[in-house]
Structures are given as structure tokens and as C-alpha cells.
Design a protein around this ligand. Structure first.
Ligand SMILES: NC(=O)c1ccc[n+]([C@@H]2O[C@H](COP(=O)([O-])OP(=O)(O)OC[C@H]3O[C@@H](n4cnc5c(N)ncnc54)[C@H](O)[C@@H]3O)[C@@H](O)[C@H]2O)c1
Length: 436
């Protein structure tokens, strides 16, 4: 894979004088980006502090041969947000990416003791700041049909005592990220959210000395910064993702939803009974959009796994056995029709072995086409026709039904069913039948 280069790209970093912000600035400059470095120079509780400034960071970038200007607008207000975007346009004539890292915290404490000013400062800088900077930046990005945005959330959204305002602001940023990612998709704008963990002055406030020591040793901000570089790059492969990064470790965070339960009758008692059951983590699926969630609740809607099944068919149709195999779960069972080499019920390992031989055995790729698709919950049945020529002169042609089960986006089982009756039995039909 070629190196990530950001030459010619103008990147705006808010909170650029912070522990993480300055590491982002150095890494982005190291990859060729031109930088607008914004920071007002406050401590974690928003009190003025001269320890570091955006100008220091910009000067350091320039001293290493990079291009950077500093900006001291506060992004906690709409005027400051507009000013910093205008600064980028005035200095460099364009704006390609924004990393919004700025924000202040509030003193930890009981929820009912949180003061209005402290609450406002947190919400206005982290969440408000995202709106204030990203709205004017969005206009520029939409106009140019290109943009990269990195928002910054935190692991506290998963649950932490006392950090009420901060957790709420950071969770709001996730919602904004997902909405912008969906809106930006057709516009050439990609928006992803970082959940960093690094030894900065924020971490120094952690009350546990062992955690502090561990973070000091293992979690330098420099081990988060490469993720920011990747996320603002032209060919960043993801959009709307949450990425947890710290100490050189990278973890993708997702919303997962369990299969919908349909207690009948649907009463408060039935709901309470269902909620007392443990979450079935292994049956949960990643929800990438609200549609994913709504679809799960709609009994008559083909389920998401259909796309996995179709991808599998497409891969088989084009003769790409490796791509087809990649969609199979480790513990899948695969039934291959009787006149194919290696037919019968196969494990994934056996299938992969077979795929290795397919190129030699087939004189042309298997051509598969599909007809009616029947879908329900985690099952998809497909009417299929397959055809191929074998090197030994035999040809293969068949029509059959297949039943797929999909778990976590992978096929765990597929079987041929010789007629529609079996499909009906498998599904307890009548059921929706759609044409794929
Ligand atoms: N350090 C971590 O482990 C960690 C963990 C989770 C999330 N984060 C998030 O990462 C980001 C950076 O964290 P950090 O550790 O570098 O913190 P930091 O306090 O060192 O940096 C934040 C910077 O934002 C600036 N700032 C605050 N309000 C501003 C405003 N209105 N306008 C412009 N600049 C403003 C501050 O002056 C400061 O330099 C923050 O959003 C933080 O919530 C950090």
C-alpha cells in the first residue's frame, strides 16, 4: 500500500496546543499537510493558561519545514467557528479537512451540583464547537465536493461516574458524526470519530496513581496521531466509524443491536420479562444507520444479511472464490451441489482448499444467477441457477434453492433445498418473497 501523503491539503486542527492536538499537528505536517492550528490556550477547566499556545505549535511545524498558521479564536461560539474557517481560506485559499479536538472539562461532582456555567463551557466547547466549526467548513467542503472530518469523542460515553456533562457532550459528538457521515456520503465528505486515550494533562488528573503511571509509560499522544493522519487522508476507507486509539492500539467501536423480540401479547410485563434476560452478545449485529435498526423492527422487511448473501453470489459468479470464502464464518457448513468437484457438506477450511483447486478444474468461472429471494430474520433463501464448463469436458448446470443463515455479517450455513416446499418449511411461510 502506498504511503499516506497530505501534500496540498489544508487541515484545520482545533485544540492544537493541547497534548493530543500538538501531536496531531506534528504528524499531519510530517505527512505534508498545510495546517491551521487553533487554540485559545486554556487549562482543562477552561481557565486561561499560557503554558502552550497554538503559535508555539505553528512555529515548531515551520521550524521543521512545514506550513502552519496559528489562530486563537474560541470555537465555543459561532463567530469564532466562522473566523477560524475564514482564516484557512484567507491564508491558503482552501480547506480540506477539520480535526475538532478542542474542549474543556467540568469539575467532577454530583450531578445535581453541576453549575450552569461549567455545564455550558463543556457543551459549548466540545459539542457546540463541533457545530460552530463544522458548519462553515461544511459549506466549503460541499462546494468543492471533498472533505474529511475527524470529530473527537471519548471512552467515557460507554459509562463513567461523575463525568456527566463531558460524557453527554462527547456522546452528542457521536450522534453528529453519524448524521454528518450519512449526509456527507454523496457529497464526497467523510466523517469519522476518534476516541483517543493518551497521557496528557487530562490523564494526569486521573485519581488512580497506577493508572497514571501506566498511561505515562504506554500512552504517548504520538501513538494516537497516525490515526488522525489516516482519517483525513484522501483514501480513508471508512465513513461514520468510531475508532478507539491509544498506545498504538486501534479498536473499532460499534453500535450493536440484538434481534428484535416480539412478545405476544406485547404488555409491560412481557417487556420487563424480556429485559431481565441477558443480552445475547453473539446474536447482535452492527447497526450502521437508523435504517439498520428500523429494518430489524419491521417483520416484513428483507434483513440486512441479504447483502451478504448477494455479495457471496456476486463473488461466486465472478469466479472469485477467495472473496466468497471471506464472507463465510469459520464455523460455516457449506453444501455444494452434487455435480461440483468436492461436493457435499464442507467446512470453511475444506471450501478454501476447494477454491484453490477450482481454477484448475473449471475452464470458465461458475456463472450463478439468482431469482426469487425469500427473507426472514437471520435467514435468506435464494432461488439460484448455476452453470459452468469443467476442464474435463463436463459442464455443470443446475437450478436449486439455497438457504443461508447469516450471523455477524458472515454466512454460517447454506444448503440447497430441492423445492419451494422445503423453503416454506424452513421459514414457516407464508412469507415475503422479493425479487433480488
Ligand atoms: N487525553 C485523553 O486521554 C483523552 C481521552 C478521551 C478524549 N480526549 C479528547 O481529546 C481532545 C484533546 O484532549 P487533550 O488530552 O489533548 O486535552 P488538552 O486539554 O490538552 O487539549 C484541549 C485543548 O483545547 C483548547 N481549547 C479549549 N477550549 C477551546 C476553545 N473554545 N477554542 C479553542 N481551543 C480550545 C485548550 O486550550 C487545549 O489546548 C479533547 O477533545 C478531549 O476531550 C482525550
Amino acid at each position: 500500500m502506498s504511503g499516506v501523503r497530505l501534500d496540498g491539503r489544508v487541515v484545520l486542527v482545533t485544540g492544537a496546543a493541547g497534548g493530543l492536538g500538538r501531536a496531531y499537528a506534528a504528524a499531519l505536517a510530517g505527512h505534508g499537510a498545510t495546517l491551521v492550528l487553533n487554540d485559545i490556550g486554556v487549562d482543562p477547566l477552561g481557565r486561561p493558561e499560557q503554558r502552550s499556545s497554538a503559535e508555539d505549535v505553528a512555529a515548531s511545524v515551520r521550524s521543521h519545514g512545514g506550513r502552519a498558521v496559528a489562530d486563537a479564536s474560541s470555537v465555543a461560539g459561532a463567530q469564532g467557528g466562522r473566523a477560524v474557517v475564514e482564516r484557512a481560506l484567507k491564508e491558503f485559499g482552501r480547506l480540506d479537512a477539520v480535526v475538532h479536538s478542542a474542549g474543556v472539562g467540568a469539575p467532577d461532582g454530583e450531578f445535581d451540583e453541576l453549575e450552569d456555567d461549567a455545564l455550558a463551557a463543556v457543551l459549548d466547547s466540545h459539542l457546540g464547537g463541533a457545530f460552530h466549526v463544522l458548519r462553515p467548513a461544511w459549506a466549503v467542503m460541499r462546494e468543492q465536493g471533498y472533505g474529511r472530518i475527524v470529530t473527537v469523542s471519548s471512552g467515557v460515553v460507554l459509562g463513567a461516574p461523575f463525568a456527566h456533562s463531558y460524557a453527554a457532550a462527547k456522546a452528542g459528538i457521536i450522534g453528529l458524526t453519524r448524521a454528518l457521515a450519512a449526509s456527507g456520503e454523496p457529497l464526497g465528505i467523510k466523517v469519522n470519530c476518534l476516541m483517543p486515550l493518551a497521557w496528557t494533562r487530562l490523564a494526569a488528573a486521573n485519581p488512580d496513581p497506577r493508572t497514571r503511571d501506566w498511561m505515562r509509560e504506554h500512552m504517548p499522544a504520538e501513538k494516537v496521531a497516525p490515526a488522525v493522519v489516516a482519517l483525513v487522508s484522501d483514501d480513508v476507507p471508512c465513513n461514520g466509524e468510531l475508532i478507539s486509539v491509544g498506545g498504538g492500539r486501534l479498536g473499532r467501536v460499534a453500535f450493536a443491536v440484538a434481534p428484535a423480540a416480539r412478545p405476544e401479547p406485547f404488555t409491560a410485563e412481557a417487556v420487563r420479562e424480556h429485559l431481565a434476560l441477558p443480552l445475547e452478545a453473539e446474536r447482535m449485529q452492527v447497526a450502521r444507520s437508523v435504517e439498520d435498526d428500523v429494518r430489524r423492527l419491521r417483520a416484513d422487511e428483507p434483513p440486512i444479511p441479504r447483502s451478504v448473501v448477494f455479495a457471496w453470489f456476486a463473488a461466486m459468479e465472478s469466479g472469485d472464490g477467495a472473496a466468497a470464502a471471506a464472507l463465510l464464518a469459520e464455523d460455516c457448513e457449506i453444501w455444494l451441489p452434487g455435480d461440483l468437484p468436492g461436493s457435499g457438506t464442507l467446512s470453511k477450511a475444506a471450501f478454501l482448499e476447494l477454491v484453490g483447486q477450482l481454477g484448475e478444474q473449471f475452464s470458465e468461472p461458475i456463472r450463478l444467477s439468482f431469482g426469487a429471494v425469500t427473507a426472514q430474520e437471520d435467514r435468506v433463501a435464494v432461488e439460484a441457477a448455476g452453470e459452468s464448463g469443467l476442464r474435463n469436458g463436463r459442464s455443470y448446470r443446475n437450478r436449486y434453492h439455497m438457504l443461508f443463515r447469516v450471523r455477524d455479517g458472515r454466512i454460517v450455513l447454506y444448503k440447497e433445498y430441492s423445492d419451494t416446499l422445503h423453503i416454506k418449511q424452513a421459514f414457516g411461510l407464508p412469507d415475503t418473497v422479493v425479487t433480488g
